[in-house]
Design a protein around this ligand. Structure first.
Ligand code: GLC
Length: 752
């Protein structure tokens, strides 16, 4: 009887718990950590607060306004905070400023709801790390997490507790300037980097005052902008949406990301800042995301440009009803919310739910208990030696050695003379990229390539610098000086690429060629016959065909951040052996776009010997440099691919491993990559799909076995009925050091 009674009580408890909304079930489980403790009693506090809020105060929590680019707030802001009509800021930063506004909220407003300060801390706050595409080239989630952790420390010291990062948009079109802000073209890789960056910003509990809540953006498919033109329309199958563009966002949710940002683009005819399918059906109902969604900059108001809404009130209604909780900078929620309520075009429940999500994140940040920032932290955290050292280390690991013929690299530090050529070689502004946060305009401490080289070699090495030409100009007057500098030197290092403004937001390019006359500069310098090293500084893949063909050594450094010059010199002179890989494909010609490694076979796969196959008359269909490509100063050999089984069930797992040996004379890193191919399926599948990678360090002669595990998640796809499942049939495994070649194995998925 006793046992039966206990069982029935337990059953009753479980049944009761199951009737509660998803998030409050957490309240039933005994709280363990401080985070769970804090989260355990948040919901009742939220509901109690909402019950006391006026409609204006509720709409105020959904309003975000922007401060000035220098971090200052605007004249109207203090009074809006005092009246409870402004829930969050963009750009306002600095411990003193933030505390000044926070004191108004906590001491002078009616309900004392703390204000949330957000900012674009994309790849560093004041200590700037490589641009995200560069950091992704490290193929090291640990480095991405480390960089985000430091960015969170510096941002939170300045009162910023919310970053509009990570940008997790998949980008297959390098004409799109924002390819620089993400992790490239692959959904699996992008998911791994999204998790790492969210973890770095938030930690296990973003209530820690040295953490920030992260923001997965731009939700969703913004990177599929037609023609690579920023803000342009996107249109795709649900299969492509679910297999290519959604996974990194789901990964961010799985990592506990606290906020999302909706995007500018329309998707299949519905703007993503008013899209119930993505914002409610997928994000809320399928993924159970309980944080809040902020619009992108005035993307609510832009619903009128999309011609989804013909009035401001309609735009506000569409966005709120779809699931955009906070309106960034435009003020339609505040302006029309009350009227929409009166006209029953908006329900109070919709507004309450948006407010609930905003308050939930503010409670989880600990802002109610701890609204102020310790003003002493700025002096110790920002630009600390430890942070600068980390920026240098992450930068060295983000570099990709694209070519190194006759071992031109690494250079000897005892060279008699070195020519350093190019505008970018002596430039501080561009090295910190297009989202440089609080470092914008404060670049005196950025280490140029010229400075890094000078610091690396001895006084007896003569450095001959010549600009040659500007990044994008027609003037070749400086070529003669550059040719003379090279002629008088043992080796020439030429820094070429783009300006920071040529990538990032609103920076699409119709060509991927080197801007201006930089290619002619390279040709003029190489005509001297001196050994030449090309250092690329750019925010997207470039069609550097002539250079790939004619230059001996090419190092891709992207925009490498505050410590760029030191990091590049570390690699050029061999103190660091480069181990990065490309997270994006480099096409030969812009006409090949979109060009990505995980493409379909087609019914007529390219065949140079058969005219009637899928290819061009005027350019090779293969990439200039493939996804996953990157060389080292040493050599590695992969051998002895082993699979744990030849046949598995659809719900089974399989391990695949190889032995990796450093067969060279120098320690180095290799990124071992595992790809699968579903040989035949009811839906056409890519020729390859990345499903695992690991960057390992090996001493000369050292060998190690690297093992990957394939799960149903690895092998499944969305079938014709949009069900995710693993289909029985033959699979191939490729394990190599890029998306081309590698050791090959076979296995089968069978129902029994
Ligand atoms: C911009 C960008 C977005 C950024 C926001 C705030 O337009 O699209 O990435 O976070 O506005 O600056």
């Amino acid at each position: 009887m006793e046992l039966a009674k206990t069982a029935s009580v337990a059953l009753a408890l479980i049944l009761f718990a199951s009737t509660l909304p998803a998030f409050s079930v957490r309240a039933v489980a005994p709280p363990h950590s401080a985070a769970q403790q804090r989260r355990a009693n948040v919901e009742p506090r939220i509901n109690a607060l909402i019950a006391r809020m006026t409609v204006e105060e509720k709409l105020g929590q959904l309003q975000q306004l922007d401060g000035d680019v220098d971090g200052s707030f605007r004249a109207e802001h203090p009074d809006l905070v005092r009246r409870g009509l402004l829930g969050s800021f963009l750009n306002v930063r600095g411990a003193k400023r933030v505390n000044e506004l926070q004191r108004i909220a906590m001491n002078e407003s009616r309900l004392k709801i703390p204000v949330l300060f957000g900012y674009d801390v994309i790849h560093g706050y004041r200590t700037i790390f490589p641009v995200p595409l560069g950091e992704a080239s490290s193929w090291s989630p640990a480095d991405a997490e480390r960089a985000a952790r430091i960015a969170a420390r510096e941002a939170s010291a300045a009162g910023v507790r919310w970053t509009f990062a990570p940008m997790v948009d998949i980008a297959r079109d390098p004409r799109w300037g924002r390819i620089v802000e993400g992790a490239g073209e692959d959904p699996y890789f992008g998911s791994v980097m999204a998790r790492a960056r969210v973890r770095g910003f938030q930690g296990a509990d973003y209530g820690d005052p040295t953490r920030v809540v992260a923001c997965a953006k731009h939700y969703v498919a913004y990177g599929a902008a037609e023609a690579g033109r920023d803000y342009n329309t996107t249109d795709m199958s649900e299969t492509t949406l679910r297999e290519i563009y959604l996974p990194p966002f789901k990964a961010a949710v799985d990592a506990g990301v606290g906020t999302f940002m909706s995007a500018f683009n329309d998707l299949n005819g519905v703007p993503t800042s008013a899209n119930p399918f993505t914002l409610t059906e997928i994000l809320r109902n399928e993924w159970k995301f309980d944080g809040f969604v902020v619009s992108d900059y005035e993307s609510v108001k832009e619903l009128m440009n999309h011609r989804l809404a013909d009035t401001e009130a309609a735009a506000a209604r569409e966005a709120l009803n779809a699931g955009v909780d906070i309106e960034m900078v435009s003020r339609l929620y505040n302006k029309h919310g009350a009227q929409l309520l009166r006209e029953n075009k908006l329900s109070m429940n919709t507004i309450d739910e948006a407010v609930r999500r905003v308050l939930r994140v503010k409670f989880r940040l600990g802002l109610f208990e701890n609204p102020y920032v310790d003003e002493a932290r700025e002096a110790t955290e920002i630009l600390s030696r430890e942070h600068l050292r980390a920026a240098r280390e992450v930068a060295t690991r983000s570099m990709v050695l694209l070519k190194n013929e006759r071992e031109v690299l690494p250079l000897a530090k005892t060279l008699r003379s070195i020519a350093v050529i190019g505008a970018l070689a002596n430039d501080q502004k561009n090295l910190i990229g297009s989202w440089s946060a609080d470092a914008l305009g404060k670049t005196d401490n950025v280490i140029t390539l010229l400075a890094g080289i000078k610091a690396k070699v001895g006084a007896e090495t003569k450095i001959n610098y010549a600009k040659g030409c500007e990044i994008a100009c027609d003037n070749v007057d400086g070529f003669a000086e550059a040719v003379r500098a090279a002629s008088e030197s043992d080796v020439a290092i030429i820094a070429i690429g783009e300006s920071a403004e040529m990538s990032g937001e609103a920076a699409s390019r119709s060509s991927l060629d080197l801007p201006g006359r930089q290619l002619d500069l390279v040709k003029a310098v190489q005509a001297t016959g001196k050994p030449t090293v090309i250092v690329l500084m750019n925010g997207r893949p470039l069609t550097i065909n002539w250079i790939a063909e004619n230059s001996s050594a090419i190092l891709e450094t992207w925009f490498a951040g505050t410590e760029a010059g030191n990091a590049i010199a570390d690699v050029l002179f061999g103190d660091i052996n480069p181990g990065g890989k490309l997270p994006v494909t480099f096409p030969r010609h812009v006409g090949q776009i979109p060009l990505y490694y995980n493409h379909k076979s087609t019914g007529r796969p390219p065949d140079a010997k058969n005219k009637y196959t899928s290819k061009y008359l005027d350019v090779d269909v293969t990439p200039l440099f493939p996804f996953g490509h990157g060389l080292s100063y040493t050599q590695f050999r992969l051998a002895n691919l082993q699979l744990s089984a030849q046949r598995i069930r659809p719900d089974g797992r399989l391990t695949a491993s190889v032995e990796v040996e450093n067969t060279g004379r120098r320690a180095g890193d290799e990124v071992v990559q595992l790809y699968i191919r579903d040989v035949a399926a009811s839906v056409t599948r890519p020729v390859r799909e990345l499903k695992g990678f690991e960057r390992i360090s090996l001493r000369p002669g050292e060998r190690r076995r690297v093992t990957f595990t394939l799960t149903p998640e690895s092998l499944g796809f969305y079938d014709r009925e949009m069900r995710f499942r693993v289909e029985p049939g033959a699979f191939k495994v490729f394990i190599g050091t890029s998306s081309v070649g590698g050791l090959e194995g076979d296995f089968e998925v069978a129902d029994k």
